[in-house]
Ligand binder design. Structure first.
Ligand SMILES: Nc1ncnc2c1ncn2[C@@H]1O[C@H](COP(=O)(O)OP(=O)(O)OP(=O)(O)O)[C@@H](O)[C@H]1O
Ligand SMILES: [Mg+2]
Length: 369
């Protein structure tokens, strides 16, 4: 024990006087502060009062079950390291006690060295646990700060830039011709992909810190799909691609986050648009059975070679082909899969090179319609 430090407090609950005396002597000699108690009920009261770092509990005491004490203490005072004292014949009950929250066990009879060693281990375990808890709280705090930072410091200026570009276009009017117009167009495109990236990043942070699941609500998938199709239509028209939505009857509701689902659908339809040559078509449809709702996006584009298909959801993976080069970071499908998983759903792809690709998204349906 380091001089000047408050000694660690050890509580021993055992009905055998000789055990209490022996443990007290050994542990006090090692610099611990020791409290002992000969019965279970008194032991629990003492634990609450002295708040020891480590408590030894005899499993077999008259009029009291050590197992109950373990259960009560591990529930009420999770920071205490509980160690059970057992007879040789009761290893099974030691295991049972560990399932109920005990950290270790000490079989009778034991030597002073053995009780010293198990106490030291218990104290070290407690320090590590406290440190791990502290780091977990710190991590959660940093993640929360990161989300706030990204939302305010990055998202807001981008919205302002977007508004400035809009104003510039209005002010310049017809004067914005030729390469000037083209440059502004490119700025807008880059801005949109940066904004998409930030939104995806925020989705991932929310998924990781648990706030995503808390915010889920019943979602009408057809409304989200409709919105996504409206968003993608101008691009399809420009690329001369026929984008169709087969509404096909009522779609059961699912539990989800509307905004992030919109990003998933726009990613998948956006991909279909990017990787389908002019003249092709994209069909979006929904389906359901008793348990799941399916959203299916099929295109008649360039397809994905079979040997590349298993990798398309990997971060930064892009299929390199001889077709026209499309801009992208290779993250869209990675984000989409994460968001689908956060909806307890799945996303899969089937494809035939030169014929087209079909993405299927499967969601657990909410009971009822
Ligand atoms: N509908 C599709 N048809 C053909 N290939 C596709 C299709 N969807 C995805 N791919 C292939 O899978 C790769 C990964 O797609 P992903 O959406 O993750 O990235 P990206 O579109 O390249 O970039 P971004 O991050 O901008 O979305 C693409 O580069 C493309 O090669
Ligand atoms: Mg993409």
């Amino acid at each position: 024990m380091v001089e000047g430090h408050v000694p660690f407090h050890i509580l021993i609950i055992d009905d055998e006087e000789s055990i209490l005396d022996g443990c007290r002597q050994t542990l006090e000699k090692s610099g611990y502060s020791v409290t002992t108690c000969g019965d279970g009920t008194g032991g629990v009261a003492l634990a609450r009062e002295v708040k020891p770092e480590v408590a030894f509990v005899d499993l077999k005491m008259p009029n009291c079950s050590g197992m109950d004490i373990i259960e009560i203490l591990s529930r009420d005072m999770p920071d205490i390291v509980l160690i059970v004292i057992t007879g040789y014949a009761s290893i099974v009950s030691a295991v049972e006690a560990m399932k109920k929250g005990a950290y270790d066990y000490l079989p009778k009879p034991f030597t002073p060295d053995q009780i010293r060693a198990v106490t030291k281990r218990g104290i070290e375990h407690r320090e590590l646990k406290i440190e791990a808890d502290r780091l977990r709280v710190e991590k959660a705090r940093m993640e929360k700060n990161f989300i706030t930072f990204v939302s305010h410091e990055m998202r807001s200026p981008l919205v302002t830039i977007q508004q400035y570009i809009e104003s510039l276009k209005v002010i310049a009017g017809d004067a914005l011709t030729g390469s000037a117009g083209e440059i502004i167009g490119r700025c807008e495109k880059r801005l949109t992909s940066l904004q998409d990236l930030i939104e995806h990043w925020l989705d991932l942070s929310r998924i990781e810190n648990g706030t995503f699941s808390e915010a889920k609500a019943p979602v009408e998938l057809c409304e989200v799909l409709q919105k996504s199709i409206e968003e993608m239509s101008p691009l399809c028209q420009r690329r001369e691609i026929d984008l169709r939505y087969d509404t096909g009857g009522a779609v059961p509701r699912i539990l989800g986050d509307q905004e992030s689902l919109l990003r998933v659908f726009s990613n998948i339809i956006g991909n279909a648009t990017k990787y389908t040559p002019p003249g092709g078509s994209i069909t979006v449809r929904t389906d359901h059975d008793d348990y799941y709702v399916y959203v299916i996006v099929a295109d008649t584009g360039q397809g994905i070679p079979q040997d590349k298909l298993p990798f398309i959801f990997e971060p930064f993976y892009r299929v390199r082909g001889k077709e026209e080069r499309q801009k992208g970071s290779g993250l869209g499908l990675t984000f989409s899969r994460k968001i689908m998983e956060a909806h307890d759903g799945q996303i899969t792809a089937a494809s035939k090179e030169g014929e087209g690709t079909t993405f299927t998204m499967k969601f657990p349906r909410l009971s009822g319609l």
